[in-house]
Each structure stands twice: as structure tokens, then as C-alpha cells.
Design a protein around this ligand. Sequence first.
Ligand code: SAM
Length: 230
Amino acid sequence: MLRNGVDDAAQRESLIEQIRAKGVRDERVLDAIRQTPRHLFVPESHRQYAYLDHALPIGEGQTISQPSLVAQMTQILELTGNENVLEIGTGSGYQTAILRRLSMRLTTIERFPRLTLQAYRNLQSLNLPPITFVMGDGTCGFPPYAPYDCILVTAGAPPKIPQPLLDQLSPNGGKLLLPLGSREYQLLTRVTKHGTRIRAKTFGECMFVPLIGKYGWQPDEVEPWRRQSR
Ligand code: SAM
């Protein structure tokens, strides 16, 4: 379809060049971006901006992440296609689609039921293999399918890593990638687990909406209107 006089595929190629310029070289990741029409995940009101490298609003005060960040995070996970993956923060389902193309099994958790439903609808037309959708608090992980080879958190966590996520990570090199820090800025951090040994590596600053839950930020710390109503 033509948008701003340029078709979606051409806009996607230009986006891929911008993502490449930001250091993403994994061709499998770039290919997953190429195959995933981002405009399907963006509300009608913002569709004209779907192929700009920007985060965009998706309702409930949440955002679809910046595509270059989605690509960078996916590259950091080094997926080979055989992994059991848990995503926390389904949002629009865009990152979900990318992860599903590159893994064996995917479970995704979202705290807003309306976003889960919308993400489910967004993903339906893509004919991807099955995805497990969970509505609830992702800071508690999802024990039924643990251990996970990879856990990706797409919302900003406070400096202390949620313990259930560490517990549900595979001891055979399982990787947990999450933004850790303050409410405003976080450091993208990858934690790797070998046996009981945990190693952390950081990948620069980022800005995400807060991870709200039992092992994340408390609602009244990040949603001021709750404080007033107490
Ligand atoms: N990756 C998503 C995409 O491509 O559209 C964007 C994710 S958005 C930046 C972060 C999401 O995390 C929001 O939808 C938010 O509601 C969700 N979230 C925040 N805290 C959560 C929690 N404890 N459990 C599950 N989801 C949570």
C-alpha cells in the first residue's frame, strides 16, 4: 500500500538501512524486521509515522518501541531459532512478532488486557506459529513454561532484578535482557546464568515506560493519580 507516496516495503527497506547504521548487523534480525509490517501494529492515527525510527503511542499510556531498539535488543539475545523465550511487555505485539520469527517457543505477558487483545489481533494476520499470550504481572515470570533460554523485558525495571525472572532463567547460559535503572533512564542490561553464577553486561542507555508489578515499580510510584486517590 502507498503511504506518503512510497510503498510499505520500500519504507521498510529504508528503515532497515537506518537500523543497520545503528550497528545491527545480524541478517536474521534484519530479515525479521523486513518481514514484519510495523504499520499493522500502530494505531490508525499514527500510521503515517510507522516507518520512522520512533516510539509511538498505542493507548493506555504505553508505546510501541523504537524499531532500532527492538532490533538491537533482539540482536543482543543472539537467538538461533531453538530457544524457549519469555517476553514481558507485549505492548502492540511488534517485538513479539520479531521474537516469534527467531525462536522455537514464545510466551508473552502484558498487564493491560486491552493491549493483549489488540496485540493478539495485530498478530493474527501474520500467520506466525503459535504464541502463548498471558495477561498479568510479568515481574513474576510465567513458571509453567520455565526454564527459559531467553527472557526479554520491554519495560524499564528498577535497579533490583526481579528474582522470579532469575529463578526461571535456564542455568545453561540463559539470557535475561532488561532495562535497569531509574524511572527516567535505564541501562540496557544482559544477565547470563551459568549454574548459580550470574554475569551482567550493559549495552548503553535507554528510556522505557516503567515495569509495574510486584517485583518492579509500585503503581503509586509511577502513576501519580493513584497517589492522590489514596
Ligand atoms: N515491545 C512492545 C512493542 O513492540 O509494542 C512495546 C512494549 S512497551 C514499551 C512496554 C509494555 O510493558 C507496555 O505495554 C506495558 O503495559 C507493559 N508492562 C509494564 N509492566 C508490566 C508487567 N509487570 N507485566 C507485563 N507487562 C508490563
